[in-house]
Every structure is written in structure tokens, then in C-alpha cells.
Design a binder for this molecule. Structure first.
Ligand SMILES: Nc1ncnc2c1ncn2[C@@H]1O[C@H](COP(=O)(O)OP(=O)(O)OP(=O)(O)O)[C@@H](O)[C@H]1O
Ligand SMILES: [Mg+2]
Length: 249
């Protein structure tokens, strides 16, 4: 679905972020990316989307034969980026309109999805009126409407209270299973990563030279109590101590 082959990336201002980094993502996987603040997680997403280009190495997307990555993934950036002057329905229609669809047809497609995404009744509201969780749903719906099978979600639930977060996680798993998409999910929340993922990519070192790949030994469907199994508690400990050692280095 996605591969990084010996990818290096340096910001023009001189920050060397990735150095000879390789990893693979298989179709249908749910991958969480964790790493301390500033380690390069959002940078990896910008490279996948094609908003930035690597200084060396190759990024391959299954959906793209011509090495043109722009517009080939559904991307939910770290901020929700809803347009304040467009209603929720108009915001959700944006990717379809950008793709050249007639406005009326776009509305017809989006209306049933608003319901499915728990946004029924908000279609004529402006973003300012919505709660953080609802805004994140609109941003997620917009990423899904891009029609791309690979979704990049950058800390989508970081602004939510603990209870809302749990219900959004379950909602996300349902959406992911229903749509059979492939998800890359950035989070600082280890329990969230353990609950959601097939595999976790832990970014270490600066610049990032490799990802530490952690397979989650749980089937699906999962319940919260699975996180209390001894092997999961050990895994959590291991992840926490690795992240901690990164912070103190
Ligand atoms: N446009 C930019 N120009 C120069 N340096 C940048 C730019 N964007 C990010 N950086 C630097 O690159 C490094 C990685 O940034 P990135 O945003 O990828 O981190 P992150 O892992 O997503 O962090 P966080 O968890 O805080 O979101 C940081 O040191 C940051 O200061
Ligand atoms: Mg980030």
C-alpha cells in the first residue's frame, strides 16, 4: 500500500529529520505512529501526501504508478482546517467539489454520510458552533470523501476529553472496518495506539533512521479489557520506557 525506501528529508532551514528511513504498510492495516514531540511524525505525513518531497530515497503508493502522490491519500492534518465561512455540509462537500463534481450532486452524496458520521442536524451550522469532537468528525469525513483508500490521521482525538475519546476510537474502528481502508494514525496516547492498531511504528533517534515495529498480539473485535491482559501491560510498559528514554536523551 505504501513504502518508504531509504528516504531522507531535511527542511530547508537545516533540520535533518529523516535519514535513510525504510518501512512498509500493507493494504488494510491500521498503523499507529508514536514518538516524542518533534520526532518527525507530521513530517512523514507531509511526505506521504506529496506536500513535501524527500531529499533522497523513494516513496511508493500502491494507488499511484506515476509517482504523483498529491491528491492520492485522504489527509486529516493536525489542525482540523475547516473553513469557518462554509457550513458543515459545504465543508464536507469540499473534496468532491475540488474533484470537479457538480455542487448539487456533491450534496446528494454527502447528506447520507453526515448521518452515518453522527453529524445529522449540523449540516447548516458553521464550524464555530460545533464541539471539538464534531469538528474532528467533519474533518475525518472530508478525508474519507477524498475517496482514497489510504487515510492519514494526525492526532485526530488529541483535543478530546477521555470519555468522548473512547467513543470516537470505537467509531473510528467501525468506519475503518466498514470501509476496508488503510489507516496511518499519529498519537501520543499509548493506550489508544494499543487498542486501535495492528502494528505500532515507534520513531526513535534524531534524525529518524528506522522505525521500531511493534505487533499488537490481539485479534478483532477487541474490547477495552483486552488492554489489561498481562502481555498488553508489558507492551505498554515497554513502549512508555522507550519513549521516556527518548525524552531524556
Ligand atoms: N516547515 C518547517 N521548517 C523547518 N523545520 C520544521 C518545519 N516543520 C517542522 N519542523 C521541524 O521538524 C521536526 C519534526 O517536526 P514534526 O512536525 O514532524 O514533529 P512531530 O513528531 O509531528 O511533533 P508533534 O508530536 O509535536 O506534532 C521538529 O524539530 C520541527 O521543529
Ligand atoms: Mg505533529
Amino acid at each position: 500500500m505504501l513504502s518508504f525506501n531509504s528516504v531522507s528529508f531535511t527542511y530547508q532551514s537545516g533540520g535533518n529529520i529523516l535519514d535513510n528511513l525504510s518501512f512498509n504498510v500493507r493494504p488494510g492495516e491500521f498503523i499507529s505512529i508514536v514518538g516524542v514531540s518533534g520526532s518527525g511524525k507530521s513530517t512523514i505525513f507531509r511526505l506521504v501526501t506529496g506536500l513535501d518531497e524527500p531529499s533522497a530515497g523513494i516513496i511508493s503508493l500502491a494507488s499511484d504508478q506515476n509517482n504523483q502522490r498529491l491528491g492520492k491519500v485522504g489527509y486529516m492534518p493536525q489542525q482540523d482546517l475547516l473553513l469557518p465561512w462554509r457550513t458543515i455540509l459545504e465543508n464536507a462537500c469540499l473534496p468532491l467539489e475540488i474533484a470537479g463534481m457538480d455542487k448539487r450532486e456533491a450534496r446528494n452524496q454527502v447528506m447520507p454520510l453526515l448521518h452515518e458520521f453522527g453529524l445529522a442536524g449540523t449540516k447548516d451550522d458553521y464550524p464555530a458552533k460545533l464541539s471539538g469532537g464534531m469538528k474532528q468528525r467533519v474533518a475525518f469525513l472530508r478525508a474519507v470523501l477524498s475517496g482514497n483508500p489510504l487515510l492519514l490521521l494526525d492526532e485526530p482525538f488529541s483535543a478530546l476529553d477521555a470519555i468522548t475519546k473512547l467513543s470516537m476510537q470505537e467509531w473510528l474502528v467501525t468506519q475503518w472496518e466498514r470501509r476496508k481502508s488503510t489507516v496511518l494514525f499519529i498519537t501520543h496516547d499509548i493506550e489508544e495506539a494499543l487498542f486501535l492498531s495492528d502494528r505500532i511504528f515507534l520513531l526513535q533517534n534524531k534524525p529518524v533512521t528506522s522505525v521500531d515495529v511493534i505487533e499488537i498480539p490481539l485479534g478483532r473485535p477487541r474490547t477495552r479489557s483486552d488492554l489489561h491482559r498481562p502481555e498488553m501491560l508489558l507492551l505498554k510498559e515497554k513502549l512508555m520506557s522507550r519513549l521516556q528514554s527518548e525524552v531524556t536523551v
